[in-house]
Write a protein that binds this ligand. Sequence first.
Ligand code: AMP
Length: 219
Amino acid sequence: MRKYVIMGVQGSGKGTQAALLAGDLDLVHISVGDIFRWHVKNHTKLGAQVRRAVAAGELVGDELVEQVVRDRLQQHDWNYGFVIDGFPRNRRQAEFFLESYDIDGVIHLDLPDEEVWRRVLARRLCSRCGMDYNLIAHRPEVEGRCDVCGGELVTREDDTPDALAARLRDYHDKTDPVLELFRGKEYVATIDARADKTAVQQAIRDRLGLPPYVPAQPS
Ligand code: AMP
């Protein structure tokens, strides 16, 4: 059983790296942001409660976040463990988490703010299948269309300059202290997230003592 937390500022590749790690090691990838986006898209009661905060790039209230994390982890579909992404984002959430779960490692993807701006404002998402694109590093073959399903590519509602500024501010004010807390208690692997996604995944594996990453060959 392996339990990891992946942390990093917006655009540092948390979702991508968590998915690569989880897929290979049979871990469940839990993205709190994805859970909230699902609820907003599907107009659930929770979606209505978090919609405004998510769109503005502001943090959702701790009680709601903790309830979502608790419910998700109580599903116990994670026989081999999990990688949780986007949580904890502040000290209270970290303390709540550490009370219930012991963690095998914290992966910290480190990216300078200038690079965050460059990456996030170039990010696009398929409105149909959710595939991620980036107009700098991963352009679609046909402009504005998903290579996989042909769906329309859109900008995430919170990838605007105002929302990004709010998220960066929150990250430095509230999430940086969480790293300090983890550094005192858990194993934190800080990885330079400027490299390409394969190199970053490899570095994560090396630092956590996991089997090497073998990228899938195109068929
Ligand atoms: P993310 O995809 O991780 O950037 O999360 C998208 C949005 O979901 C954030 O901007 C917040 O509004 C909300 N959110 C996700 N995780 C948390 C969390 N741990 N605490 C508070 N709000 C969160």
